[in-house]
Write a protein that binds this ligand. Structure first.
Ligand code: GAP
Length: 568
């Protein structure tokens, strides 16, 4: 991320907190990584996004119905879907800091690796020997010293062939708790141009953590390496071998916490649709192709939650499972890719920042015949917003086999029975909200109270998605007729949209506050509204547009229709 992109991201995160879009979850207790709360404006933005998705994907179509499944489902669902066995990431841990990384996200490095055979605390070795055997008379003392030098610690002496040595060692063992020598190898990556001393410092820290107070490194040797991914890019420390880490949150249903009561918080909403396929088919009497849509929470125990809300542990998905015949799958995959791109443009996301990635064969799920990722240029890089995948008949087949219940479709015309295929556009609510905020964030120049230009922060949300649609201001706070008129306008607009009334501060500052939260329209009630200066202007107001800052005079009675048409 460039300095300006990272600064932009910092400004966005700070605005989100300052104006009540997004807060850290459990903030007063220090937060919990990867979890976020949406504040008064964030929740409005999120609801507007979800309602628009539902409107476009369900209400405006004849071929889609909705559902709302439970978050907890029978464990058998996750066994059949493959999540219990395979929904995992290969993880590696830093041996020094214990920080965990996704193995496939470690950038390959070339340079030198310094290997160490172990470390010894010579001072402690001397002290423990004197403590343990200092009072033993010669020649036994010399003999013991020789044994002791050859052994790593007192523990080893307890297995010595000489019973007298064993006795001494056993007696003293309980009294010496700290190790004097560690013979475990450790390696540190040294990037080009860095002195070996920096690698030694890392190794010393490692042996200190393992219990040596003053480690002296032993058996040092160096090796040239190319494109290795075995070392922590942040500190050079060796990483563990990759291990699978299941991303599902495990929980127990009922009073007993044993294997029979295990289930998981759902990691995707899609499975509820597959397991209810037969019920929905029967009650909706839909013919193929048709879809089932759902919006709901999903949970993944992500190893590295990052980039603000982008990768969270609890998030919402908007998913459509669009069932079809096998020969329609590829065509519908293209169709849904285009529909979904149109959706993002219709909520105001710049087309030039949206990209379609064709997921290569070796990165697709084995059952998928084609997957597109719709990506967005976030300040922290180009990242996935939504996946559009042709999942074939894999999921329904798995559930039919595991449950023993037929999940087939009967074609009235051909009299055939078969398991439908499915195309799935799966979008993230939180990622889209973040893209909306990043795309809308702008700074420009606007005149202040005295007409002097100043920098203005503005969220240029599309009106259909903006949290507050219109702000209503009486020009002066203490003039009762102005306030009463403004309140009347609020009541007039409220049945149609979310309106905000504000009477505090200079009018310019009130506009600025609304610009910063992306309110597209501002209505000001002034003395002309009361007809005091010009009778022809009675019951008119100024309507200000956020982006152009242009003002026009409109009749109060026309406000609802003007605003409704501009918002949608
Ligand atoms: N049912 C298919 C499915 O779940 P996915 O690509 O794993 O596919 C779909 O997830 C979408 O869910 C992603 O494109 C993204 O928008 C959102 N998503 C996935 N993991 C997420 C996370 N940890 N935090 C926020 N959003 C996430």
């Amino acid at each position: 991320m460039s300095a300006s992109d990272s600064q932009r991201m910092e400004q966005i995160v700070s605005l989100c907190k300052r104006r009540g879009f997004i807060f850290q979850s459990s903030e007063i207790y220090g937060g919990l990584n990867g979890l976020w709360d949406y504040g008064p404006l964030g929740v409005e933005l999120k609801r507007n996004l979800k309602s628009y998705w539902w409107r476009v994907m369900v209400h405006e179509r004849d071929d889609v119905v909705g559902m709302d499944g439970s978050i907890l489902m029978n464990r058998a669902v996750w066994k059949a879907s493959g999540h219990e066995d395979t929904f995992s990431d290969p993880m590696v841990d830093c041996l020094l800091t214990k920080k965990r990384f996704r193995a496939d996200q470690i950038e390959p490095q070339s340079g030198t690796v310094i290997h160490f055979a172990g470390a010894i605390d010579e001072q402690l070795l001397r002290e423990t020997f004197d403590y343990s055997f200092g009072d033993i008379p010669e020649p036994k003392r010399r003999e013991l010293e020789e044994h002791y030098r050859r052994c790593k610690n007192l523990d080893e002496l307890t297995r010595h062939s000489d019973p007298e040595v064993r006795e001494f060692a056993k007696k003293r063992l309980g009294e010496i708790a700290r190790p004097v020598r560690i013979d475990e190898p450790f390696s540190v990556f040294l990037p080009k141009g860095k002195p070996p001393e920096s690698a030694r410092k890392v190794a010393i820290q490692y042996y200190q953590q393992r219990g040596l107070t003053n480690p002296k490194l032993t058996g040092e040797r160096s090796e040239k390496v190319e494109n290795t991914t075995r070392y922590n890019p942040e500190n050079g420390s060796l990483l563990t071998e990759p291990r699978s880490f299941n991303l599902m949150f495990k929980t127990y249903v009922g009073a007993t916490e044993d294997e029979s009561s295990v289930t998981y918080l759902r990691p995707e909403t899609a499975q509820a649709i597959f397991v209810q396929f037969k019920n929905i088919l029967e009650i909706s009497r839909k013919k193929l192709p048709f879809g089932v849509a759902q919006i709901g929470k999903a949970f993944r125990n992500e190893i590295n939650p990052r980039n603000f809300t982008f990768r969270s542990r609890e998030f919402e998905q908007m998913e459509l499972e669009y069932f079809c015949r096998a020969d329609e799958g590829m065509k519908l995959l293209e169709y849904w890719r285009e529909e979904r791109l149109k959706f993002y443009e219709n909520i105001g996301i710049s087309r030039e920042k949206l990209h379609v990635l064709t997921v290569p064969d070796d990165e697709r799920a084995f059952y998928s015949k084609g997957t597109y990722d719709i990506e967005y240029d976030f300040p922290f890089g180009r990242q996935e917003l939504e996946g559009v995948a042709y999942r074939t008949d894999y999921d329904l087949k798995q559930h039919q086999q595991a449950s023993g219940k037929l999940l087939e479709y009967f074609d009235d015309e051909t009299k055939e029975k078969f398991i439908p295929h499915v195309v799935e556009p799966s979008a993230g609510v939180d990622r889209t909200v973040l893209a909306l905020i990043c795309d809308a964030y702008a700074e420009d120049q606007a005149p202040d109270e005295k007409g002097k230009m100043e920098t203005r922060t503005v969220l240029r949300f599309h009106p259909r998605i903006a949290p507050v649609k219109c702000a209503v201001f009486p020009l002066l706070k203490n003039k009762e007729p102005l306030v009463a008129k403004a309140r009347e306008i609020v009541d007039l607009l409220r049945p149609h949209m979310f309106v905000f009334y504000d009477e505090s501060g200079a009018i310019g500052r009130r506009y600025r506050r609304q610009d910063e939260i992306g309110t597209p329209f501002g209505v000001t009630v002034d003395f002309e509204t009361l007809g005091e200066k010009n009778a022809a202007l009675k019951d008119t107001v100024t309507l200000r547009e956020r982006d152009s800052m242009k003002q026009e005079r409109v009749a109060i009675k026309d406000l609802p229709s003007i605003l409704v048409s501009r918002i949608s």
